[in-house]
Design a protein around this ligand. Structure first.
Ligand code: 5GP
Length: 187
């Protein structure tokens, strides 16, 4: 599957993962989660907005009775590096007490966002809690965090597409690419 001939692609330095590669990796991850949660009814929590595209594809690759919910947490604002402060802007609409919870994120960078969320959800009496992130940038980690499920480990570069944004743009790209630094150099 070739990358689309879209004008938006001119802002990318390179394509890291194509639509076809993402599809294959997400399907494999869905099978793994299906195996690991046999006999369970996990609650899958999508961290908006970045994980939205990945989440919608992933849940449709899981052959289990899953429930879904959404959270909005503050992360980068319009820049390309984390402030370290985390705030819940939209919380879950249900209790997760006694439930097997899988938090679905787009990318783990410093680990700040998810280590904070982990503490919050643990304090709500979950039966189990696992972290699932499409991408992982382990070289950037500032707080220890175990990512239980991830599709790809990536180098230290700022990526967009497949739900990931820069200043709210590029989420609709079907592929994931490295954003050209000229796009944010003067900001
Ligand atoms: P952390 O708290 O782990 O430093 O940051 C996690 C959040 O930072 C992610 O959910 C994502 O919103 C943002 N982020 C980190 N790296 C990237 C990146 O390369 N591209 C984009 N678009 N967002 C990123």
């Amino acid at each position: 599957m070739e990358a689309k001939n879209w004008k938006l692609y001119e802002d990318l330095e390179s394509i890291l993962y194509t639509e076809a590669q993402l599809k294959e990796a997400v399907a494999a991850l869905g099978e793994r989660i299906t195996r690991d949660y046999q006999g369970k009814k996990p609650v899958m929590v999508c961290i908006l907005k970045g994980a939205s595209v990945f989440f919608c594809d992933l849940i449709r690759q899981i052959d289990l009775p899953v429930e879904i919910d959404f959270m909005v947490v503050s992360s980068y604002g319009n820049g390309t590096s984390s402030s370290g402060e985390v705030e819940i802007k939209k919380d879950l609409g249900r209790s997760v007490n006694g439930r097997d919870v899988i938090v679905v994120e787009d990318i783990v960078d410093s680990g700040n966002t998810l280590s904070y969320l982990k503490k919050v959800l643990d304090s709500r009496g979950v039966a189990s809690l696992r972290i699932c992130s499409l991408l992982d940038k382990p070289s950037r980690r500032r707080v220890p965090l175990t990512v239980d499920y991830s599709c790809f480990e990536i180098p230290d570069a700022f990526v967009v597409g497949y739900g990931l944004d820069y200043a709210e743009l590029y989420r609709n790209l079907p592929d994931i690419g490295v954003l050209s630094p000229r796009i944010y150099a003067d900001k």
